[in-house]
Structures are given as structure tokens and as C-alpha cells.
Design a protein around this ligand. Sequence first.
Ligand SMILES: CC(=O)SCCNC(=O)CCNC(=O)[C@H](O)C(C)(C)COP(=O)(O)OP(=O)(O)OC[C@H]1O[C@@H](n2cnc3c(N)ncnc32)[C@H](O)[C@@H]1OP(=O)(O)O
Ligand SMILES: O=C([O-])CC(=O)C(=O)O
Length: 374
Amino acid sequence: MTDKKLGGAGLRGQSAGETALSTVGKSGSGLTYRGYDVKDLAENTSFEEVAYLILHGELPTEAQLAAYKSQLKAMRGLPQALKEVLERIPASAHPMDVMRTGCSMLGNLEPENSFDEQLHVADRLLAAFPSIICYWYRFSHDGVRIETETDDDEIGAHFLHLLHGKAPSPLHAKVMSVSLILYAEHEFNASTFTARVCASTLSDMFSCITGAIGSLRGPLHGGANEAAMELIQDMRSEEHARDVLLGKLERKEKIMGFGHAIYRESDPRNAIIKSWSAKLAEEYGDDRLYRVSETCEALMWQEKKLFCNADFFHASAYHFMGIPTKLFTPIFVCSRLTGWAAHVMEQRANNRIIRPSADYVGKELRPVTPISQR
Ligand SMILES: CC(=O)SCCNC(=O)CCNC(=O)[C@H](O)C(C)(C)COP(=O)(O)OP(=O)(O)OC[C@H]1O[C@@H](n2cnc3c(N)ncnc32)[C@H](O)[C@@H]1OP(=O)(O)O
Ligand SMILES: O=C([O-])CC(=O)C(=O)O
């Protein structure tokens, strides 16, 4: 992987601070969390181990992991006032707006009173986010008030259990764990930077995370996994996929799930989620979605030298597990929370308010014309 030539708009290529949490797009290692290659982590750990690594600095021992899992399990319940708010949100709402409101409401009910509570707040949100989104989804779509405390050991399995009303298969639980690992942390991406800017004013953790959810929602960032699904779901065949994409490229439309602000030749998360999507396609008996996804990948590289980012094969993988498309980006939130919270803590530990300057391109200094003469 070569380093991308960075420069120009969007603060590209400018260092905006220091981090010990991850590296993105460095030659020789595509993506590392606290010094571990994401591929190594995806092959050899669970999401809870990675969350512990990101939040605490080191991988847990067996005893630490067991204690961490039981601690998170015990924090899955939602306060009645939050459930009432979630019940008032219509089924037509975007689930990312539900996440934003759910996070913000929890901040009213269980505020972070001092920075000494920051790790507790991060863990509480980690445990509560799947409950928040699934409670709202099942109530608004199926009319049921679900019990949000399951006995599932892992957050990914817990999410699928709440969504489908039954514990997932080992394959689905494994894919969720890998997916959450892949999405957990990514240096100074837009949503993380939002969280850090908010943290730099010495605001509370809930505000930082609520702002980050808003930034992740857009289709140029986390929202791309949903947009990718919307793109591929109507592709009837490989030939149709090619026609659709060539038409879009001709019209200079963005193809969601492709390209990246930092990576130049590939996103290291793609090969990992793609291989799990292939396994799920086989289990599902799919004879279209995975193939058209591969067609898109080949055509985009051939035509534009653009590669799939983390989001593209997440679309088919989530679909094969029966996850409704509009819940794709909220799963990203359930994972990225770990990175956001760790960045907030890192910012707080060595803080200076983030306040860049702007190049002024407006009018020269001029006097106010009295309103009667304008
Ligand atoms: C988990 C994540 O958040 S990963 C990102 C998810 N987002 C997406 O998948 C949305 C689609 N992708 C994009 O919009 C962009 O690739 C971004 C936002 C991710 C990165 O943007 P940038 O850093 O500005 O892209 P970059 O500088 O590499 O763009 C180079 C050229 O390729 C084009 N390009 C980049 N991505 C795409 C795409 N997905 N489809 C079509 N053209 C594209 C750009 O328009 C640009 O063309 P130009 O030189 O004619 O203006
Ligand atoms: O780094 C970025 O710009 C976007 C991204 O891939 C992520 O946040 O996972």
C-alpha cells in the first residue's frame, strides 16, 4: 500500500494532532490499533477484546476479559424515561437520528458529572447502544416492547438476538464480532474529529458522541454502507451491474462504498469483510448479490482505479444476516463508539482547544448603508 498524495481542500494531508490509538494507510501496515494489525485482531480476537484494547491500552487477560464482558452485560438495560422517548419516535425516522437522540437522552438521565467517570460512560454507551436501536426498531416496526437484557456474551450476538428475537448462529455471531472489530477505530476520520473538537472545549462525553453520530450519518462517511446496499439491491445481473455503474460514472455520480480519503490502492478492511460475505452468501444460497458486488469491484478498479472501502461488502454481509438496510450505519456507531471515546479521553489528557484559522475570501471592509437606501 503506497502513501496517498495528500493536499488541498478538506484539511487533507495536514496533521491535526497526535494519537497513540491507530495508524491508517502507512506503508506496510494498512490499519493498526495500538500497534496491532487489524487483520491479526480480526483473526485472533473478539470485539470485546478490541474494545478493551482501544479503551484501556492493552489486550485483556482471560480474567480481565471475563470481568469486562460481565460488566458490559450488566449495563444493557435502559431507563424507563429513555424507553418512553424511544417509543415516541416514529417508524419513519432514520435510525441514525434515533441513535443521536438516544445517546443525548441518556446524557440527560445519567450525565457525566466528572471526567473521572469517562470510562464508565464509554462502557455504558457500549452496552446500551444495541439496546437503544433495537428497542426503538422493534417497538416502532413490530409493536413489541423487548427485554433488552440478553445473556449473550458478545455485543454483536446480543444485537442480532434483540433484532431477531432469537440467539444468532455461531457464523452470524462471528461475522458481527469481526465487523465490529473492523469498524472500531480509524484515526482522525470526520466523526472522530468531530468528537475531538467537542472534547477540546471540555464538554461532556455524551455531547462528543452525539456530535460524532451526526457526522457519521452522512453518505460520504458511515452512511455509505446503506447507500451501497441501495445501489446493489436492484442490480439484476452482472451485466446489469456494469450498465448501472457505467451510467453513473458517465454522469459523474459518486459510487458509494468506493474510494477513500487516505488509502490509495485498497482499504485493508475490505478483503476481510469480503471473505466473510462470501461465506454468508454460500450459507444464504445467494446467487446474485455477492456476484454483482464482485462485478462492481472489478469494474470500478478497471474504469477508475477506485477500490471498495470498508463499507461496500458490509452491505451484502449485513443483508445476508437479515439486518434491515436502515440499521447498517447504527451498527457502525455501536462499534466506532470505542474509537470516539478513546479519542475523547486522549484529547482530554493533553488538551488545547481546537480552533483553526480560515483564509478570508469575502468582501473588503465596507460601511453599512442605511436601510432606507439599500
Ligand atoms: C468508513 C468510511 O467512512 S469509508 C468512506 C465511505 N464513503 C463512501 O464510500 C462515499 C464514496 N466515496 C467518496 O465520496 C470519496 O471517495 C471519499 C469521500 C471517501 C474520499 O473523498 P476524497 O478524498 O475527496 O477522494 P479523492 O481525492 O480520492 O477523489 C479523487 C477523484 O476520484 C473521484 N471519486 C472518489 N471517490 C469516488 C467514488 N466513490 N465514486 C466516483 N468517483 C469518486 C473524486 O470525485 C475525484 O475526482 P475528481 O478528481 O474528478 O474530482
Ligand atoms: O478514515 C476515514 O476517513 C473514513 C473511514 O474509513 C473510517 O472512519 O472508518
